[in-house]
Design a protein around this ligand. Structure first.
Ligand SMILES: C[S@@+](CC[C@H](N)C(=O)[O-])C[C@H]1O[C@@H](n2cnc3c(N)ncnc32)[C@H](O)[C@@H]1O
Length: 454
């Protein structure tokens, strides 16, 4: 049976892939409370949202009870809406923010009226909202940050905060708080761009909808775009975004040639563009850093030679899998591994965790094959899985939809029945946990955790 030939850009079973650790809800909350700005955003209501006056925050009219996260989120949303409505979400946002501080009558706890002064809202919030939703403006911002800020009438404080990449100054403006520290005049590296440099982006698994605005903007802004994508829609999009400077790296694959050899040629091509001083953008399908060797290696080499290089995240096959199969890796934990790597190395596999095996459709074949891979090693993979889980354990062969409106392919199958008939180069194997995780009672007692299965 002919199998689809996906560009395979991962390092084949040589390096070990770290397991993704699950982030529990508690862990997420403690992370949030460790980030003051984010915590403030989630746990407090900005002055403008409550109608509270900055100058009279301690007055009797101000409730001292801490709002819930839900009310804060609603209020923050209301502020954003109000700010957007007030500014019309257009380029002329500066007009509102530049308006003089107004006075508002408020009723205090005793029913009397008092006057208070509202701080004018910075235009940073609508400016960033604009960049978040308009790839053309984000492209302009990448090309010319100062010009874009001025054209969209971002106020001076917002410009300083952005240019200095000052998180505290930006949060102060976004939350309409009094500034705590002066903004340094030293401009961040992010906005003062040397010539050339490398940005690696992902096109998502389903181009329609998963191509991020950030990826679109960088492709448009680049002097050279190189790409290795799996579907003609992604190729069409890239060529439309940057018609004169885009080129596919697919030609570096050779039938039956070791993939590592092709990757080396791709990396050298990428580096030649970076060395020539071109702002180089390289697009890989899915997330560009997930099971993708040339992307990481190009960034490593570019940095080693002193060029600015970074990777932007994209939507990976595993992201789609979690969504389509309704799996939260926080529940059981999740091991994620390349199939040949799993087969070749002796690892401690914890069967109380979910296991995601990538590249099952090319297991044991390190060459590139257009018409389907040799799967002589597949029975060995099945034998190893069967020994761990038992042949009757039901796994899922999964393929995310790459075109809009189509369902994903979700094929439940007992491990013992997995064969090359059912899988191809785009398949990922999901193996649910076999057993419940066991609680460490000593730790649970020390932490005072009782009556809960964690
Ligand atoms: C070289 S890796 C590239 C992964 C890609 N960078 C990503 O972010 O998903 C190729 C492997 O990704 C997985 N994959 C690619 N496309 C997929 C799809 N549509 N559905 C499920 N898995 C997919 C398969 O395991 C495939 O063998």
């Amino acid at each position: 049976m002919a199998r689809r030939s996906y560009p395979d850009v991962s390092q084949p079973a040589i390096s070990s892939v770290p397991a993704i650790s699950a982030l529990s809800a508690e862990c997420a909350l403690s992370t949030i409370s460790a980030l003051p700005a984010l915590r403030d955003l989630l746990l407090s209501v900005p002055a403008a949202a409550t109608g509270r006056c900055a100058t009279t925050a301690s007055s009797a009219s101000t409730s001292t009870s801490r709002p819930t996260a839900a009310t804060a989120a609603t209020a923050a949303g209301a502020t954003a809406t109000a700010a957007t409505a007030a500014t019309g979400a257009t380029a002329a946002t500066g007009a509102t923010a530049a308006a003089p501080a107004s006075t508002t009558a408020n009723r205090d706890r005793h029913g009397g009226h008092r006057r208070c002064v509202e701080k004018p809202m910075s235009t940073l919030r609508p400016f960033l909202a604009r960049l978040s939703t308009d790839p053309e403006e984000l492209t302009q911002f990448i090309r010319d940050p100062r010009g874009t800020m001025q054209r969209l009438e971002l106020d001076e404080a917002g410009q300083h905060a952005l240019l200095a990449a000052s998180a505290s100054a930006m949060w102060d403006l976004l939350l309409n708080r009094s500034s705590r520290e002066p903004v340094s005049v030293v401009e961040s590296e992010i906005l003062v761009k040397p010539a050339g440099g490398l940005v690696v982006v992902g096109t998502g698994i389903r181009t329609v909808g998963q191509f991020t605005i950030e990826a679109i903007a960088w492709i448009k802004a680049a002097d050279t775009v190189l790409y290795l994508v799996a579907d003609p829609v992604a190729e069409e999009v890239i060529r439309k975004l940057n018609p004169t400077n885009a080129m596919s790296l697919r030609g570096y694959y050779g039938e039956g040639v070791m993939r590592t050899q092709s990757y080396e040629a791709m990396i050298e091509h990428i580096m030649s563009c970076v060395r020539a001083g071109e702002r180089t953008c390289v697009a890989f399908y899915g997330h560009p850093g997930v099971f993708a060797y040339p992307s990481h290696e190009s960034i490593r080499r570019a940095r080693a030679e002193g060029y600015a290089a970074r990777m932007l995240p994209g939507v990976s096959a595993e992201d789609c899998l979690f969504a389509d199969l309704g799996i939260d890796p926080a529940v059981s934990g999740c091991l994620t591994m390349e199939a040949s790597d799993f087969l070749l190395h002796d690892r401690m596999i914890d069967t109380s965790m979910a296991l995601v095996l990538w590249q099952v459709g090319v297991v044991g074949d390190w060459t590139y094959r257009r018409e389907g891979y040799k799967l002589d090693a597949l029975p060995m993979l099945v034998a190893k899985l069967t020994a761990l889980y038992g042949g009757a354990h039901e796994a899922i062969i999964y393929e995310a939809a790459t075109l809009p409106g189509l369902p994903p392919r979700i094929l439940p199958i007992a491990l013992i029945h997995i064969s090359s008939v059912y899988i191809n180069a785009g398949s990922t194997l999901y193996i649910p946990p076999l057993r419940a995780k066991s609680l460490n009672r000593a730790v649970a007692n020390t932490l005072g955790v009782t009556g809960v299965t964690l």
